[in-house]
Design a protein around this ligand. Structure first.
Ligand SMILES: Cc1cc2nc3c(=O)[nH]c(=O)nc-3n(C[C@H](O)[C@H](O)[C@H](O)COP(=O)(O)OP(=O)(O)OC[C@H]3O[C@@H](n4cnc5c(N)ncnc54)[C@H](O)[C@@H]3O)c2cc1C
Length: 435
């Protein structure tokens, strides 16, 4: 039985999850994905998000494996869910003001937590899982214990936080991102905004007791939930802009490879010709929040980075080092030790890693060390379609897959299945099978 307890970090653990889940990624997923049977029974969803978020396993690999097992029609729902991650990333990339406002509001709310009175008490009760709403209090405990919540539980949680407890959405989003192993600036911030009616303006999500009871197999019967979900409001956002350009430099000079928690499969990043002489890992996980992130999140991120470093060291036969921080000082020291003039890293989307790199880059440049980002073909293919609603991106899925060669490719299949590959699906009309 698949559980969401003990989510092991590392690519191998992610590939094992993928392999175990594959048979259920077809019509079975579409039929059963909305049910939250509790942490001991997770075989109706993949629990791949901690791996996908850190790119221990990439979206392209998951999609490729799914298309190798199911027809596009049978796996349509699962494929769309995987693409939601790219959609939200592209959305934040093209509207960084959302992240700026979120951080600014959060800083004010965290400061207000030091004050006295009702606000502080209400927040403390919610964050400690002492609201008296059975489902909500159980999800707080589950999140702290496992670092994971089912998607439906996240939606109910956010809805109760905003509309029943009437607490600021930013503080709830912060609580999640501090505890989720898959905590992600784009998916988390945009999903909270979606529930509150800020993403699709005016459209909110109301958690209903009968819906919660029904989709949790009767485990909960929450009382006292809000009956209405009036949309939150905010000043209009600036128009969507193009994603910023990756940090660039001439492709010459001694190169080192930097891994961060944004992308831990450098083997497939497209680094042909880089030949790094040294590899380093550094994390900005503490930058997720002005409050401390959970021990579980810190440990998962650190192990995931260690796993990426070990693979990269084998792949490029170069020395790998874990740096104490993602700062100009740590990067500069490491670069000088190895005589580097270029530090190559995966493009960091909006969030703490991008902020740390943006701060370090000019300092390093003055020391004659260029920071160079490489953006994945997957992001290049998806993000241009994330400027409006998800529907616009969904329509483009066949052409995105064609652009990426996903209907033909099979790079992960060998790692998953050795020689005994399952029958191929694909948009070209392969004989797929439903789960
Ligand atoms: C309030 C709220 C906060 C969230 N915060 C995060 C977060 O910090 N990090 C995060 O990765 N996801 C977040 N999500 C999205 C989603 O809940 C999780 O990605 C999903 O539940 C992960 O479980 P799974 O891997 O078993 O999903 P599956 O159902 O097996 O889906 C497969 C994959 O598709 C992607 N996916 C599925 N649903 C979504 C979605 N709604 N949005 C974006 N991608 C999706 C994930 O990569 C997931 O691993 C949030 C959703 C809500 C409602």
């Amino acid at each position: 039985m698949t559980t969401s307890r003990h989510i092991e970090p590392g690519r191998e653990a992610g590939l094992l999850r993928l392999k175990a889940f594959l048979p259920a990624a077809g019509r079975a997923y579409a039929d059963r994905r909305n049910s939250d049977f509790g942490p001991e029974r997770r075989d109706n969803v993949s629990v791949l998000s901690p791996y996908l978020r850190h790119r221990l396993v990439t979206e392209a690999e998951v999609l490729e494996a799914v298309l190798g097992r199911h027809s596009p029609a049978a796996a349509e729902k699962f494929i769309q869910e995987v693409l939601w991650r790219a959609y939200f990333k592209g959305h934040l990339e093209t509207r960084p003001e959302i992240w700026r406002r979120y951080r600014e509001a959060l800083a004010g709310q965290v400061a207000a937590l030091d004050g006295k009175g009702g606000f502080r008490k209400a927040c403390e009760a919610a964050l400690a899982g002492r609201t008296g709403i059975d489902a909500f209090d159980a999800w707080v405990a589950e999140l702290e214990e496992t670092g994971y919540l089912h998607n439906h539980a996240r939606m109910w949680f956010a809805s109760i936080w905003i509309f029943t407890l009437r607490l600021p959405w930013e503080l709830g989003a912060d609580f999640m991102i501090r505890h989720l192993l898959d905590g992600d600036p784009a998916s988390n911030t945009c999903s909270w905004r979606w529930v509150g009616g800020l993403h699709t303006r005016g459209k909110t999500y109301l958690a209903r007791p009968d819906n919660i009871a029904g989709f949790t197999g009767g485990r909960f019967s929450p009382r006292g939930l809000a009956r209405e979900a009036p949309p939150l409001d905010e000043p209009p956002l600036p128009a969507a802009r193009r994603p910023r350009e990756p940090l660039a430099a001439p492709a010459t000079g001694v190169a080192g490879l930097l891994l961060t928690e944004e992308d831990l499969h450098p083997e497939s990043l497209g680094l042909d010709g880089v030949n790094p002489v040294a590899i380093a890992g550094a994390s900005a996980v503490e930058g997720r929040s002005p409050l401390p992130v959970s021990d579980a999140v810190r440990a998962f991120t650190e192990s995931a980075l260690g796993d990426g470093l070990a693979r990269a060291a084998r792949h490029w036969r170069a020395e790998a080092t874990m740096l104490p921080s993602l700062t100009a000082v740590a990067l500069g020291d490491w670069a000088r030790r190895h005589g580097l003039s270029r530090i190559v890293t995966a493009y960091a989307p909006v969030g703490p890693v991008a902020e740390a790199l943006a701060e370090a880059a000019p300092v390093l440049t003055r020391q004659g060390i260029a920071l160079v980002e490489v953006r994945r073909a997957y992001d290049e293919a998806c993000w241009p379609h994330a400027t409006r609603g998800f529907f616009a991106l969904k329509e483009k899925i066949p052409s995105i897959f064609e652009q990426l060669g996903l209907e033909r490719g099979a790079s992960v299949q060998g790692e998953l299945f050795g020689d005994g590959r399952p029958p191929a699906g694909g948009f070209a009309g392969g004989a797929g099978q439903a789960g």
